[in-house]
Design a protein around this ligand. Sequence first.
Ligand SMILES: [Mn+2]
Length: 271
Amino acid sequence: MMTRAIFFPFDLFGSAGTRTGVELLADAFQEMLADNKRERIATRARAYADKVRFEEYTFESLADYKDWRGQARTRVRQVLRQDEFLVWVTGNHLGALPIYDELPRDTLVVQLDAHLDIYNLSDCTSELSHGNFLLHADKPLPRIVNVGHRELLLRAEYIQKHYDAHFSAVDLALDRVAVLGKLREMCQPVERVFLDLDCDVFDPAYVPATAQARPCGVDPLFVVQLLDAVGAERLAGFAISEFDPARDRNDRCLETLMWLMEHVLLTKYEK
Ligand SMILES: [Mn+2]
Protein backbone atom coordinates (compact mmCIF):
# COMPACT_ATOMS: atom_id res chain seq x y z
CA MET A 1 0.00 0.00 0.00
CA MET A 2 1.36 3.40 -1.00
CA THR A 3 1.05 6.52 1.13
CA ARG A 4 -0.02 9.79 -0.41
CA ALA A 5 1.07 12.69 1.82
CA ILE A 6 -0.80 15.80 0.75
CA PHE A 7 -0.12 19.22 2.22
CA PHE A 8 -3.13 21.48 1.77
CA PRO A 9 -2.51 24.88 3.43
CA PHE A 10 -6.10 26.08 3.62
CA ASP A 11 -6.82 28.56 6.43
CA LEU A 12 -9.80 30.73 5.49
CA PHE A 13 -12.65 31.41 7.97
CA GLY A 14 -10.68 30.70 11.13
CA SER A 15 -7.20 30.21 12.61
CA ALA A 16 -5.36 32.36 10.07
CA GLY A 17 -1.67 31.53 10.37
CA THR A 18 -2.13 27.78 10.23
CA ARG A 19 -1.23 27.93 6.55
CA THR A 20 2.37 28.60 7.63
CA GLY A 21 2.12 25.55 9.85
CA VAL A 22 1.33 23.36 6.84
CA GLU A 23 4.24 24.87 4.90
CA LEU A 24 6.62 24.18 7.80
CA LEU A 25 5.41 20.60 8.16
CA ALA A 26 5.74 20.12 4.39
CA ASP A 27 9.38 21.26 4.55
CA ALA A 28 10.13 19.06 7.55
CA PHE A 29 8.40 16.08 5.93
CA GLN A 30 10.41 16.47 2.71
CA GLU A 31 13.59 16.78 4.75
CA MET A 32 12.73 13.56 6.56
CA LEU A 33 12.24 11.74 3.24
CA ALA A 34 15.50 13.19 1.86
CA ASP A 35 17.44 12.19 5.01
CA ASN A 36 16.08 8.67 4.69
CA LYS A 37 17.26 8.48 1.09
CA ARG A 38 20.76 9.67 1.99
CA GLU A 39 21.22 7.26 4.91
CA ARG A 40 23.45 4.30 4.02
CA ILE A 41 22.89 2.35 7.25
CA ALA A 42 19.74 0.22 7.34
CA THR A 43 17.33 2.10 9.62
CA ARG A 44 13.70 1.52 10.54
CA ALA A 45 12.76 4.20 8.00
CA ARG A 46 13.43 1.69 5.21
CA ALA A 47 10.07 0.16 6.06
CA TYR A 48 8.27 3.14 4.52
CA ALA A 49 10.94 5.07 2.57
CA ASP A 50 9.91 3.86 -0.92
CA LYS A 51 6.21 3.93 -0.15
CA VAL A 52 5.57 7.62 0.42
CA ARG A 53 4.64 10.16 -2.27
CA PHE A 54 4.65 13.86 -1.39
CA GLU A 55 2.27 16.49 -2.77
CA GLU A 56 1.86 20.15 -1.90
CA TYR A 57 -0.89 22.60 -2.84
CA THR A 58 -0.42 26.36 -2.77
CA PHE A 59 -2.95 29.12 -2.13
CA GLU A 60 -1.32 32.12 -3.75
CA SER A 61 -4.22 33.71 -5.60
CA LEU A 62 -7.97 34.14 -5.35
CA ALA A 63 -8.40 31.54 -8.06
CA ASP A 64 -6.72 28.92 -5.87
CA TYR A 65 -9.45 29.43 -3.26
CA LYS A 66 -12.35 29.51 -5.67
CA ASP A 67 -13.07 25.80 -5.78
CA TRP A 68 -10.94 24.67 -2.88
CA ARG A 69 -13.48 22.16 -1.60
CA GLY A 70 -14.25 20.67 -5.01
CA GLN A 71 -10.56 20.39 -5.88
CA ALA A 72 -9.73 18.74 -2.59
CA ARG A 73 -12.70 16.36 -2.87
CA THR A 74 -11.61 15.24 -6.32
CA ARG A 75 -8.08 14.53 -5.10
CA VAL A 76 -9.23 12.76 -1.92
CA ARG A 77 -11.64 10.62 -3.98
CA GLN A 78 -8.80 9.53 -6.30
CA VAL A 79 -6.54 8.62 -3.39
CA LEU A 80 -9.28 6.58 -1.70
CA ARG A 81 -10.16 4.83 -4.97
CA GLN A 82 -6.54 3.82 -5.48
CA ASP A 83 -6.54 2.40 -1.99
CA GLU A 84 -3.64 4.58 -0.93
CA PHE A 85 -2.98 5.52 2.67
CA LEU A 86 -3.94 9.20 2.93
CA VAL A 87 -1.94 11.68 4.99
CA TRP A 88 -3.69 15.05 4.79
CA VAL A 89 -2.06 18.05 6.44
CA THR A 90 -4.19 21.18 6.36
CA GLY A 91 -4.39 24.64 7.94
CA ASN A 92 -7.54 25.05 9.98
CA HIS A 93 -9.86 22.15 10.72
CA LEU A 94 -12.25 23.20 7.96
CA GLY A 95 -9.53 22.03 5.53
CA ALA A 96 -10.44 18.48 6.56
CA LEU A 97 -14.07 18.87 5.42
CA PRO A 98 -13.42 17.41 1.93
CA ILE A 99 -12.33 14.19 3.64
CA TYR A 100 -15.59 13.98 5.60
CA ASP A 101 -17.40 14.62 2.29
CA GLU A 102 -15.62 11.79 0.52
CA LEU A 103 -14.95 9.00 3.00
CA PRO A 104 -17.13 5.92 2.41
CA ARG A 105 -20.05 6.15 4.84
CA ASP A 106 -19.11 2.98 6.68
CA THR A 107 -15.77 4.55 7.68
CA LEU A 108 -15.31 5.30 11.35
CA VAL A 109 -13.65 8.68 11.85
CA VAL A 110 -11.83 8.95 15.14
CA GLN A 111 -11.63 12.66 15.69
CA LEU A 112 -9.21 14.12 18.21
CA ASP A 113 -10.36 17.66 18.85
CA ALA A 114 -10.91 19.93 21.85
CA HIS A 115 -14.05 21.13 20.07
CA LEU A 116 -17.09 19.50 18.56
CA ASP A 117 -17.35 21.30 15.24
CA ILE A 118 -21.14 21.58 15.29
CA TYR A 119 -21.40 24.93 17.05
CA ASN A 120 -24.71 26.72 16.67
CA LEU A 121 -24.44 29.11 19.62
CA SER A 122 -25.67 32.69 19.41
CA ASP A 123 -22.24 34.18 18.79
CA CYS A 124 -21.27 31.62 16.12
CA THR A 125 -21.61 32.28 12.41
CA SER A 126 -24.08 30.06 10.56
CA GLU A 127 -21.89 30.41 7.46
CA LEU A 128 -19.38 27.63 6.89
CA SER A 129 -16.49 27.96 9.37
CA HIS A 130 -13.92 25.82 11.15
CA GLY A 131 -16.23 25.68 14.18
CA ASN A 132 -19.35 24.33 12.47
CA PHE A 133 -18.16 22.55 9.35
CA LEU A 134 -19.70 19.20 10.24
CA LEU A 135 -23.12 20.84 9.90
CA HIS A 136 -22.17 21.67 6.30
CA ALA A 137 -20.65 18.32 5.29
CA ASP A 138 -22.35 16.15 2.69
CA LYS A 139 -24.96 14.07 4.48
CA PRO A 140 -25.11 11.42 5.68
CA LEU A 141 -21.84 11.84 7.53
CA PRO A 142 -19.45 8.97 8.01
CA ARG A 143 -19.56 7.62 11.57
CA ILE A 144 -17.66 9.95 13.88
CA VAL A 145 -16.35 9.45 17.37
CA ASN A 146 -14.76 12.41 19.10
CA VAL A 147 -12.07 11.80 21.66
CA GLY A 148 -10.63 14.43 23.98
CA HIS A 149 -13.14 17.28 23.68
CA ARG A 150 -13.53 19.80 26.51
CA GLU A 151 -17.10 20.77 25.77
CA LEU A 152 -18.93 22.43 28.65
CA LEU A 153 -21.87 23.96 26.77
CA LEU A 154 -23.37 21.65 24.18
CA ARG A 155 -25.83 19.13 25.56
CA ALA A 156 -25.54 15.40 25.02
CA GLU A 157 -28.78 15.07 23.01
CA TYR A 158 -27.53 17.65 20.49
CA ILE A 159 -24.07 16.07 20.25
CA GLN A 160 -25.58 12.62 19.65
CA LYS A 161 -27.29 13.86 16.49
CA HIS A 162 -23.90 14.25 14.83
CA TYR A 163 -21.54 11.93 16.65
CA ASP A 164 -21.71 8.16 17.02
CA ALA A 165 -19.94 8.55 20.32
CA HIS A 166 -17.85 11.06 22.20
CA PHE A 167 -15.33 10.69 24.99
CA SER A 168 -14.31 13.95 26.59
CA ALA A 169 -11.00 14.76 28.26
CA VAL A 170 -12.94 14.41 31.52
CA ASP A 171 -13.89 10.82 30.59
CA LEU A 172 -10.23 10.16 29.80
CA ALA A 173 -9.07 11.65 33.10
CA LEU A 174 -11.51 9.50 35.06
CA ASP A 175 -10.84 6.20 33.29
CA ARG A 176 -8.53 6.24 30.28
CA VAL A 177 -8.26 2.46 30.14
CA ALA A 178 -12.04 2.08 29.93
CA VAL A 179 -12.28 4.64 27.11
CA LEU A 180 -9.51 2.93 25.16
CA GLY A 181 -11.30 -0.38 25.66
CA LYS A 182 -14.54 1.03 24.28
CA LEU A 183 -12.68 2.50 21.28
CA ARG A 184 -11.00 -0.85 20.64
CA GLU A 185 -14.44 -2.47 20.65
CA MET A 186 -15.87 0.14 18.28
CA CYS A 187 -12.98 -0.27 15.81
CA GLN A 188 -12.82 -4.06 15.82
CA PRO A 189 -15.70 -4.76 13.39
CA VAL A 190 -14.90 -1.80 11.15
CA GLU A 191 -12.93 -2.17 7.93
CA ARG A 192 -11.72 1.42 7.67
CA VAL A 193 -10.80 3.92 10.39
CA PHE A 194 -9.66 7.46 9.65
CA LEU A 195 -7.84 9.46 12.31
CA ASP A 196 -8.51 13.20 12.28
CA LEU A 197 -6.15 15.09 14.58
CA ASP A 198 -6.92 18.71 15.41
CA CYS A 199 -3.82 19.87 17.33
CA ASP A 200 -5.92 21.66 19.95
CA VAL A 201 -6.87 18.28 21.42
CA PHE A 202 -3.48 18.46 23.13
CA ASP A 203 -2.98 20.23 26.39
CA PRO A 204 -1.40 23.65 25.73
CA ALA A 205 1.42 22.63 28.08
CA TYR A 206 2.54 20.13 25.42
CA VAL A 207 1.30 21.85 22.27
CA PRO A 208 0.84 25.60 22.72
CA ALA A 209 0.92 26.24 18.96
CA THR A 210 -2.82 26.34 18.27
CA ALA A 211 -5.14 29.30 17.78
CA GLN A 212 -8.06 27.88 19.77
CA ALA A 213 -6.21 26.34 22.70
CA ARG A 214 -8.30 24.98 25.57
CA PRO A 215 -6.97 23.82 28.94
CA CYS A 216 -7.03 20.27 30.29
CA GLY A 217 -6.15 18.41 27.10
CA VAL A 218 -4.41 15.14 26.36
CA ASP A 219 -0.71 14.44 26.07
CA PRO A 220 0.90 13.52 22.72
CA LEU A 221 1.56 9.91 23.77
CA PHE A 222 -2.18 9.40 24.01
CA VAL A 223 -2.13 9.24 20.20
CA VAL A 224 0.18 6.23 20.48
CA GLN A 225 -2.28 4.48 22.80
CA LEU A 226 -5.14 5.38 20.49
CA LEU A 227 -3.38 3.97 17.42
CA ASP A 228 -2.86 0.76 19.31
CA ALA A 229 -6.58 0.61 20.11
CA VAL A 230 -7.56 1.36 16.49
CA GLY A 231 -5.20 -1.22 14.97
CA ALA A 232 -2.74 -0.32 12.19
CA GLU A 233 -4.30 -2.71 9.68
CA ARG A 234 -7.62 -0.84 9.57
CA LEU A 235 -6.15 2.68 9.67
CA ALA A 236 -6.93 4.19 6.24
CA GLY A 237 -5.27 7.54 6.80
CA PHE A 238 -4.93 10.52 9.05
CA ALA A 239 -5.31 14.27 8.94
CA ILE A 240 -3.55 16.99 10.92
CA SER A 241 -4.86 20.53 11.30
CA GLU A 242 -4.71 23.72 13.40
CA PHE A 243 -0.94 23.97 13.86
CA ASP A 244 -0.13 27.66 14.29
CA PRO A 245 3.68 27.95 14.39
CA ALA A 246 3.68 31.61 15.47
CA ARG A 247 2.69 30.27 18.92
CA ASP A 248 5.28 27.49 18.93
CA ARG A 249 8.23 27.47 21.34
CA ASN A 250 11.60 26.35 19.97
CA ASP A 251 9.86 24.16 17.37
CA ARG A 252 8.58 21.89 20.15
CA CYS A 253 5.17 21.42 18.49
CA LEU A 254 6.67 21.02 15.03
CA GLU A 255 8.87 18.22 16.36
CA THR A 256 5.98 16.61 18.23
CA LEU A 257 3.87 16.51 15.07
CA MET A 258 6.74 15.20 12.96
CA TRP A 259 7.44 12.51 15.54
CA LEU A 260 3.80 11.44 15.48
CA MET A 261 3.71 11.38 11.67
CA GLU A 262 6.79 9.21 11.50
CA HIS A 263 5.40 6.97 14.24
CA VAL A 264 2.20 6.46 12.24
CA LEU A 265 4.22 5.53 9.12
CA LEU A 266 6.29 3.03 11.09
CA THR A 267 3.17 1.58 12.70
CA LYS A 268 1.65 1.17 9.27
CA TYR A 269 4.62 -0.33 7.45
CA GLU A 270 6.86 -2.11 9.97
CA LYS A 271 6.06 -5.78 10.10
MN1 LIG B 1 -10.59 22.31 17.49
